[in-house]
Design a binder for this molecule. Structure first.
Ligand SMILES: Cc1cc2nc3c(=O)[nH]c(=O)nc-3n(C[C@H](O)[C@H](O)[C@H](O)COP(=O)(O)OP(=O)(O)OC[C@H]3O[C@@H](n4cnc5c(N)ncnc54)[C@H](O)[C@@H]3O)c2cc1C
Length: 379
């Protein structure tokens, strides 16, 4: 136990019915779902960072459900029915997040999404264009909209991109502010009576007298049910889970006068993504340049990825506009052999909801909700 604790501190902060580890989008949504269903259950969230320190406040804020080239790749993995289920989860997840938090608090804007195709990628372009009808048909009953995807190549002149021959648009794709999203979720969590304890790293756990003892940098906690929402860091304490970390590096420019486009953009099969943030440009990606180095739990930037992002800005995204970089950062995602998250009881009274890959904004709320239901079953 941490030294100098009072009786009151021990009783009120160090014991609760459910302890959730991780205050990203999944952990916060799990806490909200538990308290909404069972208000009398006590819930504490333990977060190692001063702020959430994984992906949820470091991402690009795309409210998306898959570009055409990504859907083609994903359909190969899970089949047409599997892809329909997956897109439905993403779509419903986004609606759930919007109704929970509200569009204004998310700073959500549906400016549309676009996939860019390089001049030299003729066969990929032709394949993606030929699949527009197929995917519009597949997602029609999910979105209740026709012609969600369309070619928008006529916009290329006004957007001013370099070396791009084709654009496919998605009229339903949106963008939000991930910082505002987490801030709003923290407010909801607090209003439901959940404590979030920051700077509290969980280092181990064990079962003792039918309770879970949780060892942390701030002393030992105890709980009936323990839920890991630690995403890319989950296998540091649960090594049996099938997931790998993947770092995403991001840069943002200073404001640019007369930025010529708005929206979310996917490039090179989704390995690069960029958007406007007001009149700045945010650009991320490039993990595919060196998968080995980027398979890490360490935050940071590498010259290889940073130089490639800069070149992309200069040659493709802003070829006719001068810009300055304001800031760079990275976040850590979790990937695995399946596109679905892992939501399961890993050992008696110990649960996990992890591995939202690059789509946590879309599937994070539902993943938290499903984990909450699993945890509540036994309480
Ligand atoms: C650069 C980047 C861009 C992205 N862009 C998008 C996008 O545009 N759209 C989209 O949908 N998704 C995007 N994603 C993915 C999305 O951000 C994630 O899928 C999502 O945030 C995962 O949420 P989470 O709650 O599972 O995990 P996290 O947000 O990673 O939360 C896990 C938390 O657990 C905490 N933790 C870990 N270990 C411990 C421990 N031992 N003790 C205590 N606390 C611990 C961490 O500090 C962290 O706060 C992006 C990710 C990155 C990195």
């Amino acid at each position: 136990m941490a030294p100098h604790l009072s009786y009151w501190e021990k009783v009120n902060f160090y014991r609760s019915d459910v302890i959730i580890i991780g205050s990203g989008i999944v952990g916060l949504n799990a806490a909200i779902a538990i308290k909404k269903q069972q208000p009398n259950i006590s819930v504490t969230v333990l977060e190692r960072g001063f702020l959430p320190s994984g992906a949820s406040t470091k991402n690009a804020g795309f409210a998306c459900f898959g570009s055409i080239s990504e859907l083609i790749e994903q359909e190969k993995i899970c089949g047409t029915d599997g892809l329909h289920t997956l897109v439905k989860k993403r779509w419903l997840g986004l609606q759930k997040l919007r109704s929970l938090v509200g569009d204004a608090k998310l700073e959500l804007q549906i400016n549309g999404g676009f996939e860019l195709f390089k001049k030299e990628d003729e066969s990929l372009t032709a394949e993606c264009v030929s699949k527009i009808g197929h995917y519009n048909h597949l997602i029609k009953d999910i979105t209740n909209e026709t012609d969600v995807f369309d070619t928008s190549t006529e916009k290329l002149d006004s957007f001013g991109f370099g070396n791009i021959s084709c654009l496919i648009s998605n009229k339903l794709e949106g963008q939000l502010d991930p910082g505002k999203m987490i801030k709003a979720l923290v407010e909801i969590v607090a209003s439901l009576g959940v404590s979030i304890l920051n700077s509290c790293e969980v280092t181990a756990f064990e079962e003792k007298e039918r309770e879970q003892v949780v060892f942390t940098s701030q002393g030992n906690f105890s709980t009936k049910k323990l839920l890991f929402c630690t995403n890319a860091f989950a296998n540091q304490l649960l090594p049996q889970l099938s997931l790998k970390p993947g770092r995403g590096q991001v840069i943002i420019t200073k404001p640019i006068d007369n930025l010529r486009w708005k929206g979310t953009f996917h490039y090179d099969k989704g390995y690069y993504y960029f958007r406007n943030v007001g009149n700045r440009v945010l650009l991320g990606g490039g993990r595919n340049l060196d998968f080995f180095t980027e398979e890490t739990h360490q935050f940071g930037e590498t010259p290889l990825v940073q130089n490639t992002l800069l070149r992309l800005l200069k040659e493709v995204i802003l070829p006719e506009t001068s810009f300055e970089i304001e800031q760079k950062w990275s976040g850590i995602m979790a990937f695995g052999p399946s596109l679905s998250p892992i939501i399961e009881e890993v050992s008696p009274n110990v649960f996990c909801a992890v591995r939202c890959n690059g789509m946590g904004i879309a599937i994070g709320s539902q993943t938290g909700q499903e984990a909450a239901e699993l945890v509540l079953k036994g309480l």
